[in-house]
Design a protein around this ligand. Structure first.
Ligand code: CTP
Length: 447
């Protein structure tokens, strides 16, 4: 075991997690439970990257003492979700998640299947992991500052961290779990790491043996969701997809699947806008916007097959499939717009995923229009309500028409207040009635 002296623990732990972790550490010492920070958080902490989620290993203790530990750490009102079949539980704290697991080992019944887990030692638990840099553990105990805390490194995790390398523990690692290739691409893109020679060879063997065919669409989709969600923690799906393409993983998922060069700039813009939003981004799914951009240059049949392979169905699948065509239409309409009201008419029909993907596709001038609309105009309330229109004797379909026209005029600055809005509504009503009168003889002639 390599021991690695570390400075005080809580320097990079987000504020809202620091207190629960301190309490957990104290409670674990009181209860005689050995608790370890493990995996991603240790890796990120050593790389001085911000911690997002916390993974903890509980090395001993019985169900009662573990329940006491959790209660002392998170308080009795914390929402703890237990997953007894995996020996794990998780607690949401603000935007973060703490996962606690007991020590386990894993066995893969067949390549690509979910592992069967059973109790194990710390060594089992660390060596079942994907990459050596994810197999580091840091004991959490009340040190009082005298005792240095040391990282437990059973493989070559610390060296690999220094050399920016993803190393697997054994040559059949990707056979056991081919989704590790997607994790590798995501981590490599996020951290600027590369695969070790052994990992490359293990991946080639898994591809040759058709291991990817055994992975369910649900598992693949979950990995792609993570890949695109990585934008929020400094990840780069655009680069991860290039890795997967170069490693021949995409083609193993679906023949012909690749990353077209023309999707790279839009994907990079998506990464940027999600990392530093230009407007108050509403509820969205980065992976849907990401799939729209990644797949839109590919042929429609390939898009369809890929979505089916990833188990993307229903409305989401339709949106991703149609994006290429819809996006061209939105861009054409946006180019032809005069005034903010017209932009509103085009963009109001998009959901947030489509808006993000459209933004990432457009040229700078149109991007500015999208940002101005999303940041300033879309939440604008017009000074006239449907009730005002009913009181002004408008009813039926003309109410909708009038509201849309008033909204456009208000955003364009042509209508400044309720009175002017109502005047425009009366004018619309007058014209609509004149129109009906004008059509009457013709309608009558038809009878
Ligand atoms: N793990 C694994 N194989 C998988 C999934 C996970 O070996 N297919 C291991 C990894 O060692 C990982 C740990 O389980 O560190 C926890 O998984 P997860 O929370 O998904 O990974 P993190 O590394 O914590 O998160 P991220 O990669 O997003 O930073």
């Amino acid at each position: 075991m390599t021991e690695f002296a570390t400075p005080e623990l809580d320097v990079v732990i987000p504020d809202d997690l620091a207190k629960p972790l301190d309490r957990l550490r104290d409670a674990a010492s009181e209860l005689g439970i050995s608790l370890y920070l493990v995996g991603g958080p240790v890796r990120d902490w050593l790389l001085q990257r911000p911690l997002v989620d916390i993974d903890l290993l509980i090395a001993n203790g019985n169900p009662k003492s573990i329940a006491t530990l959790v209660r002392k750490g998170f308080g009795k009102d914390a929402k703890v979700r237990e997953h007894p079949q995996f020996g794990t539980m998780s607690v949401e704290i603000g935007e973060h998640r703490v996962d606690l697991a007991t020590l386990r080992k894993e066995k893969y019944p067949r390549p690509g299947a979910l592992p069967v887990v059973s109790p194990g030692t710390l060594e089992d638990d660390l060596s079942r992991r994907d990459f050596s840099v994810n197999a580091l553990a840091l004991p959490l105990r009340k040190g009082g500052g005298e005792e240095p805390i040391s990282v437990i490194d059973l493989g070559s995790g610390l060296v690999d961290l220094g050399e920016s390398t993803l190393r697997v523990f054994h040559p059949r690692s990707f056979h056991d779990d081919p989704t590790r290739a997607l994790r590798a691409a995501r981590l490599a893109a996020r951290l600027g790491f590369g695969l070790s020679r052994g990992a490359r060879s293990a991946l080639r063997d898994a591809l040759r043996d058709g291991a990817f065919g055994g992975v369910s669409g649900d598992r693949l989709r979950r990995e792609f969701i993570k890949l695109f969600t990585d934008c929020a923690v400094g990840g780069h799906p655009s680069i991860a997809l290039v890795h997967l393409d170069k490693w021949h993983v995409l083609a193993a998922l679906e023949p012909g699947l690749c990353t077209h060069a023309s999707s790279r700039a839009p994907l990079r813009r998506l990464e940027k806008v999600l990392a530093t939003p230009q407007w108050r981004v509403r509820e969205h799914r980065p992976w849907v916007a990401g799939l729209c951009l990644w797949l839109s240059p590919l042929s429609a049949p390939l898009r369809r097959r890929t979505l089916a392979r990833l188990g993307v169905r229903g409305d989401t699948s339709v949106r991703v499939l149609d994006f290429a065509k819809s996006c061209q239409r939105w861009i054409k309409e946006l180019k032809g717009t005069r005034g903010r009201g017209a932009v509103d008419l085009v963009l109001a029909e998009l959901d947030e995923d489509q808006l993000l993907a459209l933004y990432a596709t457009c040229e700078p001038l149109l991007r500015r229009r999208v940002v101005r609309w999303a940041a300033e105009d879309r939440d604008t309330r017009i000074p006239v309500s449907p009730r005002d229109l009913l009181n002004a004797n408008l009813s039926g379909p003309v109410v909708g028409v009038a509201l849309a026209r008033i909204r456009a005029a208000y955003l364009n600055g042509e209508v400044a207040n309720r009175e002017e809005g109502l005047a425009l509504a009366r004018e619309i009503l007058r014209r609509s009635e004149a129109g009906k009168r004008g059509r009457r003889p013709k309608d009558a002639g038809r009878n």
